[in-house]
Design a protein around this ligand. Structure first.
Ligand SMILES: Cc1cc2nc3c(=O)[nH]c(=O)nc-3n(C[C@H](O)[C@H](O)[C@H](O)COP(=O)(O)OP(=O)(O)OC[C@H]3O[C@@H](n4cnc5c(N)ncnc54)[C@H](O)[C@@H]3O)c2cc1C
Length: 441
């Protein structure tokens, strides 16, 4: 069963919502596919009280003619102009004239002893769970890693009554100077930063500091922190730990969009290297919600032929490039973090593969074939990204090695998928232990 859209947007975060709203103003038939039950993406996800800006955009989306395909996860791009998606036990195809990829980003995790203990979570993940109802009042929380998300999460948890006992940012103080200079040209972010600092007043904020171990019995009880060679233990109930964000590039890679330096390459109108395919938001560079909205609007206007509007907005986007670069420089990982994992530390949580088992191999592909790392339900989204940093390997998430399905899928959805099994005897249906035989139709 296939449904046709003049413009199809994948991802209903801020970038995708802005793209769908802008494109639907043109009278084109626009579809917005997203794998969550409600639109909003990472920052405005359901269960949150997202605020005035989110309300405005969600209202615009509801008022627009864009058809919302909520709960559908795109798993494949069988051929030009066609996407395949799954929802519950259903599989459908959507065909398109123009495609806008707005697939967002995910948190980066780095392995250290104890990082798999219950109550050690991603910073964004804990934040989302609290927004979803997890009681946090009175709980002691250490927030660690890198990036502005740490302060945003610490502020939100504090407002919900958590005792944030430490915020540990791996970047050293010198890195904050150029970033702060760019922040001066972003008054909205500056105000936001001030409100976060106010909410976390009294909390210890350490720079050049990170967790080296998490310990506990059945769940987390304490975290060992290190700063300039000094180590100390902090008792806590939760460790919220994320090392900034990494873009979701799998679909762009599968379609064949050029990836430069870890991000989808686009021109000033958000056009990728593939004809009729645009990209907006975090996959083109981690720039926060304002940049995501702007890029989404540009892509929506450009895809629907409203080039004058798109060009005007592109001028505004240019002014923000400096901020995106400053954020990237601020969050560049300290090479010392490569030493966090011990030999027995699990790197691939899905398949229980340790750092020691992985480091014996020359590259990601060899490690994957020999140890099954990256072959579990997350398909290397966590360990592949960690391995890129730990071992300087290229995982297969951001280049031409991406193969369908980009998410674990039902075998029935794969039956007619054009999977190239010619060169790979070991192809495994993600999320299962079932090999696909070459006879699979
Ligand atoms: C907890 C948290 C707090 C944050 N706070 C701030 C803040 O205060 N200020 C700020 O500027 N930024 C903040 N950010 C960053 C902000 O979320 C991002 O900048 C913004 O959401 C990027 O929007 P996006 O549309 O590019 O991607 P996203 O919001 O990530 O949306 C992408 C959407 O695409 C969907 N998707 C991906 N692949 C597929 C697929 N194959 N099929 C179907 N759907 C798919 C995803 O599920 C998601 O819904 C925060 C992030 C988090 C996690």
């Amino acid at each position: 069963m296939s449904e046709h859209f003049d413009i199809l947007v994948v991802g209903a975060g801020p970038a995708g919502i802005a793209a769908a709203v802008s494109a639907s103003d043109s009278g084109k038939r626009v579809g917005l596919v997203d794998d969550n039950p409600a639109p909003g993406g990472q920052i405005w996800r359901s269960g949150a009280s997202p605020g005035a800006e989110a309300d405005q955009w969600l209202t615009k989306l509801n008022a627009s003619s864009a058809i919302r395909l909520q709960g559908w996860r795109v798993i494949d791009h069988p051929e030009r102009g066609r996407l395949r998606a799954e929802r519950s036990q259903e599989c459908r195809e959507f065909s398109y004239g123009q495609l806008i990829l707005a697939t967002g980003a995910r948190e980066r995790f780095l392995p250290f002893p104890g990082w798999t203990l219950p109550n050690v979570m991603g910073a964004g993940a804990l934040d989302a769970m609290v927004r979803g109802g997890l009681p946090i009042a009175g709980k002691r929380v250490v927030v660690a890693g890198t990036g502005p998300l740490l302060l945003a999460v610490a502020a939100h948890l504090s407002r919900r009554g958590a005792k944030v006992v430490a915020i540990c940012e791996q970047a050293r103080p010198g890195r904050f100077v150029p970033f702060a200079a760019h922040l001066l040209s972003e008054p909205r972010k500056l105000l936001q930063g001030v409100s976060y600092l106010t909410a976390t007043r009294g909390t210890q904020f350490y720079t050049g500091c990170w967790p080296i171990a998490a310990t506990g019995g059945e769940k987390l009880e304490s975290v060992t922190l290190e700063r300039s060679g000094t180590k100390w233990d902090v008792r806590c109930d939760y460790l919220a730990c994320g090392f900034h964000l990494v873009p979701n590039l799998e679909l762009a890679g599968l379609i064949g969009c050029r990836i430069d330096d870890g991000f989808v390459s686009t021109d000033e109108l958000q056009r990728t290297s593939v004809e009729d395919v645009f990209c907006a938001g975090e996959p083109t560079g981690i720039g926060g919600v304002d940049v995501a909205l702007l890029e989404g609007r540009i892509a929506g206007f450009a895809a629907s032929g409203r080039i004058t509007e798109a060009v005007k907005l592109a001028q505004r986007l240019k002014r923000r490039v400096g901020f995106v670069r400053a954020l990237r420089d601020l969050t560049a990982l300290d090479p010392k973090l490569k030493k966090l994992a011990a030999g027995e530390t699990i790197v691939c949580r899905c398949e229980d593969v340790s750092y020691g088992a992985m480091r014996k191999h020359a590259g990601w592909r060899a490690a994957k074939l020999q140890t099954r790392c990256g072959m579990g339900p997350c398909q290397g989204r966590i360990c592949g990204t960690a391995a890129e940093f730990l071992f300087d390997w290229r995982s297969d998430h951001d280049d031409s090695h991406v193969r369908p399905p980009v998410f674990p899928a039902m075998v029935s959805s794969l039956r007619t998928t054009h999977i190239n099994t010619e060169h790979d005897d070991s192809l495994i249906v993600p999320g299962t232990s079932t090999s696909i035989s070459k006879e699979t139709p």
